[in-house]
Design a protein around this ligand. Sequence first.
Ligand SMILES: [Zn+2]
Length: 291
Amino acid sequence: MIPARAGGGKPAPLASARTSRPAEGEVLRFWVLALLICDALLAARPASAAGEVVPDGLSRAAARYAAEPIELRPAPALAPVPPAVVSHGSRRERLVALTFDACATGGASGYDEALVRVLLETRTPATFFLGGKWMLEHPAATRRLAAEALFEIGNHGFLHRHLTQLDDAAVRQELAWTQTVMLSLTGRQGVLVRAPYVEIDERVARICAQMGLTPVQCDLASGDPDPALSAERLRRHVVGAARNGSIVVMHVNGRGRRTAEALPGIVAGLREKGFELVTVGEMLRRSACAP
Ligand SMILES: [Zn+2]
């Protein structure tokens, strides 16, 4: 986990990049923040529901992209959480989180249902980060992913824009519109967000925190959008590079061409190495809340 400072300056360095033992104070700060995030995840709830309205722009976007009529419900603001960016869980717990991004694309966004079938057949928990436009285009898949107890869903921006290049209002819009679509389709909001292109800075992280969202980056990019990557190379890379607390990024929007083919071997290989596969939320709870 990477705590980002609430004030100015650069975020704290990667815990995984340290070459020397961190000072006791830093360790303490890590765990205090971890516990705060854990508490926020467990207690995530709307902070207010009054006065919320669906923006006209979102209604127009829904009319343009939605595969079926959708009744948009304003998403109440979530209680703020401490500003922090998660890139991995505890290095002491033998846990790995597989995450799958449903990126909204310029044209019609794809959906790799074969991949989801593999996860269900192998009883593998996973976290899906869903784009707002993607959910409008795939309402049935969105409901199915949300309804499955093995899975957890989070926010992947509305139009998959580069958040670090947008002004504050546009960042909020990308995140808030996606929360509203998610709530409207599934009846609940996520509390995790994966920034498109895994691009985040302190300003965007602070906005996420103000909106009650915790950014989840990764420490293991699978590279699954690479068309030159065979299923076997993808499997070997992920199984070989995974370590305690790893958060793996793959794609469920069809960008990962070999992901479904490689996934049975990835799941089996990680379990053979003794890893328990969990959602990101479960990883954070177990990392921060374990006695
Ligand atoms: Zn994406």
